[in-house]
Ligand binder design. Structure first.
Ligand SMILES: [Zn+2]
Length: 119
């Protein structure tokens, strides 16, 4: 459904909705689940990489710098890898249809519609 296809009047009391009301688009529950998966995935990847950098490498005699220009060269790709699941799943979540809630202030009728991103 497109945003322009939403009902212009209340199905119960037949009163037109105010043209001043803006339709707020929110994430649907599958999109929210994808967002949580992305955040948890980024957290888990970060934990694995921190475990590798702070426990495995020092045990092998490798010193990992945490300051200076060398640290920036080392940590930038690590941070990019850590944020990758969040970016991928977040982008996927934003591509799903959004929820628009219509509410009639006169009779209390309300309904949630799924709206395409392009409409
Ligand atoms: Zn109504």
């Amino acid at each position: 459904m497109k945003l322009t296809e939403l009902p212009r009047q209340c199905p119960d009391c037949q009163q037109p909705f105010s043209p001043l009301v803006k339709h707020e688009r929110t994430l649907s529950w599958p999109a929210k689940v994808l967002l949580v998966i992305g955040i948890v995935g980024s957290f888990l990847v970060g934990c694995v990489l921190c475990f590798f950098v702070f426990l495995i490498l020092p045990a092998g005699g490798v010193i990992v710098p945490i300051r200076g220009p060398i640290a920036i060269v080392i940590w930038t790709p690590i941070i990019a890898v850590v944020t990758l699941p969040g970016i991928v799943f977040g982008r996927w979540a934003l591509m799903l249809p959004k929820c628009v809630r219509l509410l009639c202030f006169r009779c209390g009728w309300k309904q949630v519609f799924l709206v395409d991103n392009r409409g």
